[in-house]
Write a protein that binds this ligand. Structure first.
Ligand code: NDP
Ligand code: AKG
Ligand code: MG
Length: 398
């Protein structure tokens, strides 16, 4: 019987035999990648005598057409109620129009961690010489920063009013005709994110957590994030972790927490990837870093992600990439990111054998050079297949 996932009294997810999992198909290429991914999920869970009761919920263009709302309340309620869900990408227009529905979901459900593991799979074409050295897990703060969309448009009364207030109260001169954005970074938001990153690193036997920030320039936001991160290590983890300054980079058998400034980080993840393990950073840095890192291990077609609240148990799993509208409906793009996001979800549910099988079958498919266009254009001797054919090839190898 299909049942809800719930949170047990011990703070652990209670997963029934046949959990109901809400999903959003997604805009653009969502119509291609969701059915492909679901095919793989259903085959992988069936192999272990299990079943998922998928429950479609609407968001984005499909929701707007059918209900007149971009993000209907029932959709948010379904994710709230069922705890765990998965989604395809949703479009956000540039420079106007609706604000991001993806961000809205993260905020409404307080999914404060955006978890994006980045690792190389055997056979995946890469622009770097040693993609196998890339094995990082990004913990991106998911509810604050300029990403929260607190901004006013240039030449509006709101912008004039805010500029006037800032002039009067702080003596800040803002050039007339400026849009103005606000970047909130809180102690609570920073510490809960860094806490989750450290706990993950300890659980998975990782060597280090790097706090990535631009704290030399943005002292009281990004700089504060770094300081709060180190403070948290001393307050809550001193028996198992140590900050760089407190050990001179010699952590002994403890987890090392260090920090790096964001600009040089973007160089060093390329030139010295082995020095980075778990990364904890704020929203916008994490956004940039996750796409850049994905490039080193084959690109955005194979970059999974999860939005999680480790306290309430809520999680919405989704690819790192967007809707790739020019390919929508062509059955062409790589469904790998959503498939691997599903594997992350099954792992999160404790269905580790399902997750492991999905990853193994995807690797086997790529190793045989059966790939979608994105990998085919970089792989000599590849057999280029459609999105749905790639999924079927994975199912055949489960
Ligand atoms: N979480 C979400 O729902 C997200 C939504 N978005 C939204 O998506 C829309 C489009 O954003 P855009 O910046 O173009 O970024 P996209 O990630 O949608 O696409 C950029 C490029 O990445 C490649 N790509 C994307 N998806 C795949 C895939 N599945 N397989 C292979 N290659 C892929 C394609 O490269 P190539 O051209 O080289 O073939 C594509 O042109 C925007 O509205 C944006 O706001 C963006 C990110 C996340
Ligand atoms: O919400 C969007 O449209 C973009 C989000 C995004 O790029 C991301 O979360 O990585
Ligand atoms: Mg992004």
């Amino acid at each position: 019987m299909a049942e809800r996932i719930s949170m047990g009294p011990d703070g652990q997810l209670q997963v029934p035999e046949e959990p109901i999992i809400p999903f959003i198909e997604g805009d653009g290429t969502g119509v291609d990648i969701w059915p492909a991914a679901q095919l793989v999920f259903d085959a992988a869970v069936a192999k272990h005598g299990r079943k998922v009761a998928w429950k479609e919920v609407l968001a984005g263009e499909k929701a707007y057409k059918e209900t007149g709302s971009w993000l209907p309340e029932e959709t948010v309620e379904a994710f709230r109620d069922h705890l765990i869900g998965i989604k395809g990408p949703l479009t956000t227009p540039v420079g106007g129009g609706i604000r991001s529905l993806n961000v809205a979901l993260r905020q409404l459900l307080d999914l404060y961690v955006c978890l994006r593991p980045v690792r190389w799979f055997q056979g995946v074409p890469s622009p770097v010489r040693h993609p196998e050295k890339v094995d990082m897990v990004i913990f991106r703060e998911n509810t604050e920063d300029v990403y929260a969309g607190l901004e006013v448009e240039a030449f509006t009364p709101e912008a004039e009013r805010l500029a006037g207030y800032l002039r009067e109260a702080f003596g800040w001169e803002i050039r007339p005709g400026s849009g103005i954005g606000v970047k909130p970074i809180s102690e609570e938001g920073s510490k809960r994110l860094v806490r989750a990153a450290i706990q993950y690193a300890l659980r998975h036997g990782r060597r280090s957590v790097t706090l990535v920030h631009k704290g030399n320039i943005q002292k009281f936001t990004e700089g504060a994030f770094r300081n709060w991160g180190y403070e948290l290590v001393r307050e809550e983890f001193s028996d198992v972790a140590v900050g760089w300054d407190d050990c001179g980079g010699q952590p002994g058998d403890k987890l090392l927490v260090k920090d790096a400034i964001a600009d040089i980080t973007l160089q060093q993840v390329l030139t010295r990837p082995e020095e980075f393990d778990v990364i904890a950073t704020m929203n916008l840095n994490g956004d940039y870093l996750s796409d850049a890192l994905a490039a080193q291990v084959g690109g955005i077609g194979i970059a999974p992600g999860a939005n999680v609240n480790y306290v309430t148990g809520h999680g919405v799993f989704e690819a790192t990439h967007g809707t790739a509208p020019k390919y929508a409906g062509q059955d062409k793009v790589n469904p790998g990111s959503v498939i691997l996001s599903g594997a992350l979800m099954f792992e999160h549910l404790g269905w580790t054998e399902v997750a492991a099988d999905i990853v193994k079958a995807l690797e086997a498919t790529i190793a045989e050079k059966i790939v979608t266009y994105d990998f085919a254009r970089l792989t000599e001797g590849a057999t280029e297949v459609k999105c749905s054919e790639f999924a079927s090839a994975i199912v055949d190898r489960l």
